[in-house]
Design a protein around this ligand. Structure first.
Ligand code: NAD
Length: 419
């Protein structure tokens, strides 16, 4: 069992113990429902055949169809996907949307492949998944190293396998599509927008003036860059950034729009002319009010969490699982607030739900409507987690789990177990 899945199991046990979760429901939720592992061949540009391993784990669908992203990364394995799928179940329950939890991915380093090869890898995986995905069954979305283009390839491949009459009513088989292929306005920025709504509510609660706040971000892809761009109008100052190419800092502030344009061109933050390079430890020791991890798992651990400066007031988890159990404990000891992943980055799945609804109803919502509805869902989730933290006297991660588990337990009690 990998570190990250162990973390999920322990987080779950902690919340289940604290709230006294019914023993039968605990058994059901402790394991994923389905696990699909596919080894498939793809023809490379030079005619060679390469084998790939793809995964789709469906954790639970009692609340609605399985839902979750697809990740292309060398670290993808069955345990990582199990962990990410399980978090998706809790996430949808917290923000009260009718989806279950799933996740998938392909173990590969996309940097090594041409666009055409990536298209073939994606399409062959989608074809191999076959009926394991579907618009009313399991709906993929983008995650690390996948994007709207990836979703468009999956959409096209899936629809091509259907009888002609069923194609147009099946476009909700994926979300996070390009707008011209049935995507929703606001889906590209949705996760970052949700992070910013959470931070906004937290700042109100703690009477923090965001116009004077400083912050640093790990990961400057979809989630990290949108979070930074959306924090800019509040006047908060971005003072350090790290991605897979290195870390940079500028105490006078880094303009998120300029950095995003630079990354668009160079595929990484390294060499950005208006900031100085720093090492990983110096990055995590940045003196700033807020830290937003928006890259990968296990970044704040027994070794690294102590590095966080005394000035850091909150960790807002844009990424899934950036803080392990030791990290959580150390944040608590340091008095740092935690906006846990399953609340803080739920904006993506919320707007995915809006996209899915628009497709089903043949509607097209304007950005104002999408943002307004997203705000309500995230703020509602925030308030439920805060109430649970007060009621059970637990940290916000355990509180978020309790909110999710209560909702799932209520439904299981009503429906019962077949036969
Ligand atoms: P992305 O591929 O767009 O960006 C990933 C970023 O992480 C890149 O900037 C990359 O350089 C950086 N990174 C990779 N390895 C790193 C390392 N070792 N150190 C520092 N930075 C590193 O992915 P994304 O969609 O922005 O996802 C980021 C995180 O947010 C993931 O944990 C993902 O599961 C989570 N998330 C994404 C969404 C979404 O809608 N895309 C929704 C919820 C949660």
């Amino acid at each position: 069992m990998s570190n990250v899945y162990q973390t999920v199991v322990r987080q779950f046990d902690r919340a289940a113990d604290r709230m006294g979760l019914d023993a039968s429901i605990r058994k059901i939720l402790a394991e994923p429902m389905n696990e699909v592992v596919i080894h498939f061949p793809v023809k490379m540009d030079d005619g060679r055949i390469e084998m790939f391993s793809g995964y789709r784990v469906q954790h639970n669908d009692v609340l609605g169809p399985f839902k979750g992203g697809l990740r292309f990364h060398p670290s993808v394995d069955i345990d990582e996907v199990r962990a990410l799928a399980t978090w998706m179940t809790w996430k949808s329950a917290i923000v009260d949307i009718p989806f279950g939890g799933a996740k998938g991915g392909i173990q590969c380093d996309p940097i090594l492949y041409s666009d055409q090869e990536l298209e073939h890898i994606t399409r062959r995986f989608a074809f191999s998944l076959g009926a394991n995905i579907g618009p009313e069954y399991d709906i993929p979305a983008p995650d690390v190293n996948t994007n709207a283009q990836t979703m468009a390839w999956i959409l096209d491949t899936y629809l091509s396998t259907l009888p002609p009459g069923e194609r147009h009513r099946s476009v909700h088989v994926v979300t996070g599509k390009p707008v011209e292929a049935g995507g929703s306005l606001g889906r590209d920025k949705a996760t970052g927008q949700g992070v910013v709504f959470c931070i906004e509510r937290w700042a109100q609660d703690r009477t923090v003036d965001l116009s004077k706040a400083t912050y640093f971000v790990q990961g400057f892809g979809n989630v990290g860059s949108w979070t930074a761009k959306l924090l800019k109008p509040f006047g908060a100052s971005l003072v350090a950034v790290e991605d897979h190419t290195g870390a940079i800092a500028n105490a006078d502030g880094i303009d998120p729009e300029e950095l995003a344009a630079y990354v668009e061109e160079t595929c990484g933050i390294a060499g950005f002319p208006k900031a100085a390079p720093i090492d990983h430890e110096s990055f995590l020791r940045t003196k700033a009010d807020m830290f937003i991890p928006a890259a990968l798992e296990n970044q704040l651990t027994a070794e690294t969490a102590p590095w966080l400066d005394a000035r850091v007031k909150v960790v807002a988890e844009g990424a899934n699982g950036p803080t392990d159990l030791d990290g959580d404990r150390i944040l608590g000891e340091k008095g740092i607030d935690l906006l846990p992943d399953i609340l803080c980055n739920a904006g993506g799945v919320v707007v995915s739900y809006f996209e899915w609804l628009q497709n089903k109803r043949s509607e097209f919502w304007d950005l104002e409507e999408v943002d307004g509805k997203l705000r309500k869902r995230i703020m509602g989730g925030y308030d439920r987690v805060r109430e649970a933290a007060d009621e059970y006297d637990v940290n916000w991660r355990t509180a978020a789990y309790i909110v999710a588990l209560k909702r799932l337990a209520r439904l299981y009690k009503r429906r019962g177990i077949f036969p």
